[in-house]
Design a protein around this ligand. Structure first.
Ligand SMILES: Nc1ncnc2c1ncn2[C@@H]1O[C@H](COP(=O)(O)OP(=O)(O)O)[C@@H](O)[C@H]1O
Ligand SMILES: [Mg+2]
Length: 305
């Protein structure tokens, strides 16, 4: 087979950073760098700090693989530096990254094209301490990812106060969402194509509201056990979500399915890229190994202008 001609040879992998997701990003970044080397790139790994502009200026790569997650690496900030330096980079650009990171704004965009979202209320933290904004169970989310404590599912008997862990400790305003019972599904989009639907099932069978899967206690079922029409509908919603946000490269959207109703939770513009992450798992399902997924993403790198 004749190898396609590459656009890039010397590339940098951005990893780490200082968000809550630093540790995952270090694992993603190491795996990405290894894969890029396996397929022949000259790779420099950068554990990103505030001096990233100077580091990139010195290294002068032809392109950057952004392996960062969370604040600053996923919200348009690092993308702005790369645009300013005219260094092509992977994944979404400045505006899409910022929009996707803002759950309130991205839900408005999803709703505008008819994708169902969980009903929500934006509340001040002081009001939340006084009264429940809706009947329990509900979900409290930080408005952006600036918090050290993320999503919390509030059930009967749970306390919301400055003495209890929750996103309220770090934000003045919060998004409170109706809890959607049912199944948890996720879909990766690569370019214009949805890869497949994975169902995430807590291993202990019973979903106890506390998002147990976040501790890694989860089975990944792919393809999810869905009818053809459900499968197509969810994959189409993921592509529409990717498009309305203006995403580039790979994204991954999370859904809840309650009976026939499918709700989008969010689109991740920098989804996990450890070899065990959901995107590589779905790529493998359609016949693309990790090295070639990473190579595709690398060659897809560009600047917006
Ligand atoms: N409205 C909701 N109803 C049911 N579960 C939810 C809801 N919102 C979030 N969750 C649970 O919390 C997890 C994380 O929420 P998500 O909105 O994807 O935020 P993030 O992944 O950025 O922390 C979801 O994957 C889901 O299991
Ligand atoms: Mg999520």
């Amino acid at each position: 087979m004749i190898e396609a001609i590459r656009k890039y040879n010397h590339v940098c992998v951005l990893k780490g950073g200082w968000s809550n997701e630093r540790e995952v990003s270090l694992v993603s970044g190491a795996a990405i760098a290894l894969a890029l080397r396996n397929v022949g790139y000259t790779v420099t790994e950068i554990d990103v700090d505030h001096d990233i502009y100077n580091v990139l200026k010195t290294l002068n790569p032809e392109a950057v693989f952004n392996g960062l997650h969370g604040t600053w690496g996923e919200d348009g900030c690092v993308q702005g530096i790369l645009e300013t330096m005219k260094i092509p980079y992977t994944h979404s650009g400045v505006k899409s990254s910022a929009l996707a990171m803002d759950k309130v704004l991205s839900k408005k965009l999803f709703a505008s094209i008819g994708i169902k979202c969980a009903p929500d209320k934006i509340v001040s933290t002081s009001d939340l301490y006084q009264n429940d904004p809706m009947t329990r169970p509900f979900v409290v989310k930080p408005n952006n990812d600036g918090s050290s404590v993320g999503v919390v599912i509030v059930c009967d008997g749970d306390e919301i106060s400055p003495d209890h862990e929750g996103p309220w400790l770090n934000s003045d305003t919060l998004m409170v969402e109706k809890y959607i019972p049912g199944r948890e599904l996720t879909v990766s989009v690569m370019g214009k194509q949805a890869l497949c639907v994975t169902e995430l099932k807590p291993k202990q069978g019973f979903y106890d509201y506390k998002a147990k899967y976040q501790d890694g206690m989860t089975d990944h079922i792919l393809p999810a056990d869905l009818s053809d029409s459900e499968n197509l509908a969810i994959m189409d919603m993921a592509v529409q979500a990717h498009d309305i946000l203006g995403c580039r490269g790979v994204s991954r959207s999370d859904f809840r399915m309650d009976g026939d109703d499918i709700y989008i939770l969010e689109t991740n513009t920098q989804p996990g890229m450890t070899p065990l992450s959901l995107v590589p798992e779905q790529a493998k399902y359609i016949g693309m190994d990790f090295d070639h997924l990473v190579e595709w993403m690398m060659e897809d790198a560009s600047c917006e202008r």
